[in-house]
Design a binder for this molecule. Structure first.
Ligand code: SAH
Ligand code: F3S
Length: 481
């Protein structure tokens, strides 16, 4: 373990030490992917055992943690801005300690302490179980760093504290890390090797959520389709497993059916699917269970075979189309969404046109689109020049976004006139007279509240829509209640 001891800081901690443990307040903020939000719930649980209660009030916090994202430069800048804000608060509350968690912690390691004086503690995504020790270090006035990545840690034994929860939907993490090495992506460096969580602990968490009134879960992983449990260990070591371990192994399709059967009324979602690993088995399992939502987030990044190769995405445009065709055949009602990157090194206008034509073929329901941002240490950063001018990246991005908006509007319109099952999540953003929920495809639906309540499954007749929201009226509870 790497622990940095800052001698200068000793001696200024008596006040913190004298506080009774029960009175300590934790303020935790998360940026980036759903996995980070899920990890923060694990962190809150670990620190609850140390006597920390969470607070929404930054000013009253004894410990401020920020769970960070490194995926694009802009995400890192956002965190640095927040640290400035924490700095200002520390002037009012000098005993406040600040820790950074997550991907930036892993990427920058103890450099963080030098670059940002406000930071007392740096903890990587696999080191959260060490937090009790690390907090002790900072209590005693030393800086603390643990950024060791693990080959086993899945936090399967930790019951997350649900933060900012609507009481209806929750994340359940099933894999950690990523072995894919897409050349643009920093995740394999910040989150380490891919490992899967014991299915039994996943089922237990899902059962517990159901008992506590939750109605929808999202199984989380960077690449859920590559989930593989054979008693623990890295995916890449599966070949070395015993015959018994291989025979009783659980892949993603099997896990999905186990979860769907454990709680037949719980809605099940999952993210993210990777085209190179998504199997027909998974699609067929989705078709076999009504409680598995008909929605697939299927990032492709580019429509050009040459770009896909440079990005080390291990499938072609044609193979992607084949997968889309299979989804449409087996799950005709399925919603599909994308992630797209514009301006990856060497991308030509022709490559960009390939992206637009791929989008025309699929007509995605939703999309998450980004201009390429070079990340230090990735293969692309080491081997390729970031040679597409910013204005070209931005112009291509705008074209991709505009086309996606057109397709989203087209897809949304297809729901009008239908009656769809919606799970009520809470108030509509625009009106407290209306509920907001989602249909199985993950499209937002709003409708008058009447006598329905949060957590109800209702059949909603869709009467009209905006480009991204469906508007309707409830015609009764669905059979799922
Ligand atoms: N595991 C997921 C993606 C995780 S990162 C997958 O299989 O695709 C989420 C998204 O951020 C990616 O899909 C990609 O579109 C985007 N992204 C990742 N690195 C990026 C970079 N360097 N620049 C711009 N966008 C990036
Ligand atoms: Fe990143 Fe590719 Fe994994 S986008 S998270 S390396 S699948």
């Amino acid at each position: 373990m790497e622990k940095v001891i800052d001698e200068n800081k000793q001696g200024e901690t008596l006040v913190t030490q004298q506080k009774t443990d029960n009175s300590r307040k934790l303020y935790i903020e998360s940026y980036g992917c759903q996995m980070n939000f899920s990890d923060s719930e694990i962190v809150a649980s670990i620190l609850a055992n140390e006597g920390f209660n969470t607070t929404q009030q930054l000013e009253e916090a004894d410990l401020v943690l920020v769970n960070t994202c490194s995926i694009r430069d802009k995400a890192e800048q956002t965190v640095r801005k927040r640290l400035e804000k924490f700095n200002a608060v520390k002037k009012i509350n000098p005993d406040m300690k600040v820790g950074v968690l997550g991907c930036m912690a892993e990427r920058l390691k103890s450099k963080f302490l030098e670059e940002e004086k406000i930071v007392d503690m740096v903890v990587g995504p696999d080191a959260y179980k060490d937090l009790p020790n690390l907090v002790k270090e900072i209590d005693e006035g030393r800086n603390a760093v643990n950024v060791i990545l693990s080959k086993e840690e899945t936090y399967g034994d930790i019951a997350p504290v649900r933060l900012n929860s609507n009481g209806v939907s929750a994340f359940v993490s099933i894999t950690r890390g990523c072995d894919n090495m897409c050349t643009f992506c920093v995740v394999p460096f910040t989150r380490g090797r891919e490992r899967s969580r014991d299915p039994q602990s996943i089922i237990e968490e899902v059962n517990d959520l159901w008992e506590r009134g939750f109605k929808e879960i999202t199984l989380l992983g960077q690449n859920v389709d590559s989930y593989l449990w054979y008693g623990g260990g890295l995916k890449k070591d599966f070949e070395k497993a015993s015959e018994m371990e291989k025979a009783t192994s659980v892949n993603f399709a099997k896990l999905l059916s186990m979860v769907a059967e454990a709680q037949p009324k719980m809605r099940i979602r999952f993210s993210t699917s990777n085209p190179q690993d998504m199997t027909l088995d998974v699609i067929e399992t989705m078709a076999a269970y009504r409680n598995i939502c008909k929605y697939i987030h299927l990032p492709v990044q580019s429509g050009s075979n040459r770009m896909l190769k440079e990005m080390n995405r291990l499938h072609t445009r044609e193979e992607y189309f084949e997968l889309i065709d299979n989804i449409r055949k087996i799950l005709p009602e399925c919603g599909i969404s994308q992630d797209m990157i514009t301006g990856f090194p060497t991308e030509t206008e022709e490559d960009h046109q390939d992206t637009l034509s791929l989008m025309e073929y699929v007509k995605y329901d939703f999309g998450f689109m980004f201009a390429y941002s070079e990340r230090p240490g990735t293969l692309a950063a080491r081997k390729m020049e970031d040679d597409i001018p910013e204005e070209v990246k931005k112009r291509r991005l705008t074209e991709v976004i505009n086309l996606q908006q057109k397709h989203s509007a087209y897809r949304t319109l297809q729901h009008v006139g239908k009656t769809e099952e919606v799970l009520i999540e809470g108030n509509s953003k625009k009106s407290d007279q209306h509920w907001m929920g989602r249909n199985t495809q993950n499209t937002v639906v709003v409708f008058p509240k009447e006598h329905y309540k949060v957590g109800d499954f209702v059949n909603v007749k869709i009467n009209e829509c905006t480009s991204a929201t469906l508007i309707g009226e409830a015609i009764g509870h669905s059979e799922n209640n």
